[in-house]
Design a protein around this ligand. Structure first.
Ligand code: PEP
Length: 248
């Protein structure tokens, strides 16, 4: 972490939780993290729960705890069955995850489509969390990743690049327990920063949890986490935020 950037920890619940689970988790986060004001906490439940959780945590409710959607569509409205526009999401959330590797893998989302989603997020006043990461650790994969990121963000303004949140998520580390070493994550993230700005917050994602958080956050370019599995465990998620708050 670097003192010039505010830490951010986002929990991606994916397609998990009942409505009752969602309330328990969100209430727990709000109660346990009331005083951890140095960290931006973002909960990304299944979209269908956003409206319910927004009653307690939505835009303007608890300053440092916000809601985010897991996906959006780039168009404002129209015949896109099953999709949600950024204007709709903005009614109940402040952030949106874009380009998660599961959407790239299962729904074949392409870089230009992701750029349109980022633009739509900014138009609606949402903060996009753009995910990027190599599928395998092979020679040249980091260079390719930097080019890929540059391709996606190339037409954004400097101010938008500063507001954008990027999550470096090596696909081989997601849900595998095979977390990247702090040194490896730092090296890749510092290279990704060369096509962003000094103010852009860059998160690490991939099997992060309360046990490895401290080592990763000790790295100067890692500004927080996008958390999958551990975000469904209240104690683990809360501990990660408390560690970031102590180090901030
Ligand atoms: C993710 O899916 O974005 C993720 C980081 O998952 P996990 O923490 O479970 O590896």
């Amino acid at each position: 972490m670097h003192p010039s950037r505010r830490p951010l920890i986002a929990g991606n619940w994916k397609m998990n939780t009942t409505l009752a689970d969602a309330h328990i988790l969100a209430d727990g986060v709000r109660q346990e993290l009331e005083h951890e004001e140095k960290v931006d906490v973002v909960l990304c439940p299944p979209s269908i729960w956003l409206g319910f959780l927004a009653e307690r945590l939505g835009p303007g409710k608890v300053a440092h705890v916000s809601l985010g959607a897991q996906n959006c569509h780039p168009e404002m409205k129209g015949a896109y069955t099953g999709e949600l526009s950024t204007e709709m999401i903005k009614e109940v959330a402040d952030y949106v995850i874009i380009g998660h590797s599961e959407r790239v893998q299962y729904f074949h989302e392409k870089p230009d489509f992701l750029l349109h989603k980022i633009e739509a997020a900014f138009r609606a006043g949402l903060t996009p969390i753009l995910c990027i990461g190599e599928v395998e650790q092979v020679a040249g994969s980091t260079k390719k990743l930097v080019q890929e990121l540059n391709h996606i963000v190339r037409s954004l303004t400097h101010a938008q690049l500063e507001q954008l949140v990027v999550a470096y998520e090596p696909v081989w580390a997601i849900g595998t327990g095979n977390v990247a070493t702090p040194e490896y994550a730092q090296e890749v993230i510092s290279l990704l920063r060369t096509v962003l700005t000094e103010k852009t917050r860059i998160l690490y994602g991939g099997s992060s949890n309360d046990e490895n958080a401290r080592g990763l956050l000790a790295m100067p370019d890692i500004d927080g986490f996008l958390v999958g599995g551990a975000s469904l465990k209240l104690k683990s998620f809360v501990t990660m935020v408390k560690i970031a708050d102590q180090l901030a």
